[in-house]
Write a protein that binds this ligand. Structure first.
Ligand code: PLP
Length: 274
């Protein structure tokens, strides 16, 4: 496996990031996960824009997007595979323990791993912990993912593949690594960005292509919804069969099936939708 580290393609085996990297010691970093289909990175322009937004939110210097593009291309070329997860990690860089971010400049790592197409359906659970819709990191894709790791472990214990959060005022927010859509009275809704959810790229494309409305929803909308689905880079549109104890009928339902069809059609026609 060949990866990109600080300006050059290297063997993953021998590549080294400092144990004093601020990304490792305090989670001071941002990242993107991108779907790589036969060597092509889906929606790369949008992912690079979000990487910049996240970096700015954390006070990191803007990533050099020419280098990031070059690195992505080099990693994709060096590791041919059918379906891959391309991961860009950009951190605060090397800094002595207990000190602020160092002067050495950020660390950039681009890596790829093979993955399988996700199943079209899955189960989800709600968790008792909340997303903070007004936090310093809200809406940024940072490497501080510990809370998501804990919530996802809870979901897996309960036979589900995703955990859904409410925010601090009890509104439906998002999953640990996905955005959530619900069908109420035949209409498709998803929580607005002010709920504290990540500005998911699959979410934005689904809103644009399938015409979902952004609506403030209470968590218990999940109990009334006729259909529920998740969106994310590696899931695309994934129907939810069960939320907590409630089984949803005929999954994927008609609105979800149509959103899946529209997403597949549009994404096949335009690999870098702006
Ligand atoms: N919400 C969170 C917390 C995520 O980590 C992700 C993706 O990793 C998403 C939503 C979905 O975003 P995207 O569609 O850009 O993958």
């Amino acid at each position: 496996m060949r990866i990109w580290l600080d300006g050059a393609l290297r063997d993953a085996e021998g590549a080294r990031v400092s144990v004093f990297d601020h990304g490792l010691t305090v989670g001071d970093g941002v990242f993107e996960t991108i779907k790589a289909d036969h060597g092509r990175a889906f929606a790369l322009t949008r992912h690079l824009e979000r990487l910049t937004t996240s970096a700015r939110g954390l006070g990191l210097p803007d990533p050099d997007l020419d280098e990031v593009r070059r690195g992505c291309e080099a990693v994709l070329d060096a590791n041919p595979m059918a379906l891959g997860r391309l991961r860009i990690t950009y951190t605060g860089g090397v800094s002595p323990l207990g000190s602020d971010r160092g002067e050495a400049g950020p660390t950039l790592v681009i890596a790829l791993s093979a993955t399988e197409r996700r199943p079209d359906t899955t189960a989800a659970v709600t968790v008792p912990w909340t997303r903070n819709e007004r936090g310093a990191l809200t809406g940024l894709k940072t490497t501080s993912y510990g809370e998501n790791v804990v919530a996802l472990a809870r979901a897996r214990e309960r036979g589900a593949s995703e955990a859904l959060f409410a925010n601090t005022v009890g509104a439906l927010c998002e999953g640990t690594g996905s955005n959530v859509f619900v069908v109420l009275d035949g209409e498709l809704h998803t929580p607005p960005l002010h709920s504290g959810c990540l500005a998911g790229i699959t979410r934005a494309l689904t809103i644009a292509w399938a015409g979902a409305k952004e609506t403030d929803l209470p968590l218990d909308a999940l109990e009334r919804a006729e259909e529920v689905f998740l969106t994310s880079t590696l899931r695309d549109v994934q129907a939810v069969t069960r939320v907590d104890g409630r089984q949803l009928a005929d999954t994927p339902g008609p609105v979800t099936a149509e959103a899946m069809r529209i997403f597949d059609e549009h994404s096949a026609a335009d690999f870098d939708p702006r």
